[in-house]
Design a protein around this ligand. Sequence first.
Ligand code: GUN
Length: 290
Amino acid sequence: MTAQIIDGKALADELRASFKSRVASLAAKGQRPGLAVILVGEDPASQVYVRNKVSACEALGMHSEKIVYAATTSQAEVLTKIAELNANPAIHGILVQLPLPKHIDEDAILEAILPEKDVDGFHAENVGALAQGNPRFIPCTPYGVMKMFEKYGVDLTGKEAVVIGRSNIVGKPMALLLISAGATVTVCNSKTRDLAFHTRRADILVAALGKPRFVSADMIKPGAVVIDVGINRIPEGPDAGKLCGDVDFAAAKDVASLITPVPGGVGPMTITMLLANTIESAERVLKERN
Ligand code: GUN
């Protein structure tokens, strides 16, 4: 079997095109959606992500602010900025790029963001709402994955879903969304005994562990839907420096029925859902005003 490839770039383009009229309509009513992105430090990957987020906003006619701090910036300074953005009516979404430098308490930063502007969905109040099946903002990467399931007609009800990775950014919210959709969900981590035992049972396999080409073809159930959330640089060999996922795509595509490539799979959807959350936040403000 050769899998159908899930084209994340095409779906992202389609969704972004549909957002344009919503942005224009909000702007005409004096509520142009605005996103603030805070980056602390010089991590090269984070710099790329932040640049892409800001330029995606600009392409849609949204307002965006990029705030960049040196790695040595104090937690108090970042908290002051967040308080300022919380009070700024031109800003509907606030995102602090993770990871943060070690001297900054990530929880303190995320909890300082007004839940109504927490477009990452990382605030405890929003995580709670998601866990209760009543989300305010769905974290962008798992949200993008759910949109892919919807687009490609993947019915999750009663399916065995296995998530590799338990991060707050991807693994945990992904599991919560799959639970809400009626799947039977297993969440694996680096300590899981016999990982392949679990993955081989998976009708839906989501890899979010951050290890290049870790998931091999023999770990995949024939006909499974495979979602690769990893974005890794190949460390050595003929493809050194190129991007690859957590799944050995070349081999896995002959076993799976549907699979996401890297690049061009989940990546473009993450930023798209960040835009969606920011637009939705602005629409809520407008609705409350009227
Ligand atoms: N770092 C990696 N992914 C993300 C994300 O989705 N949001 C934030 N804020 N930081 C990240």
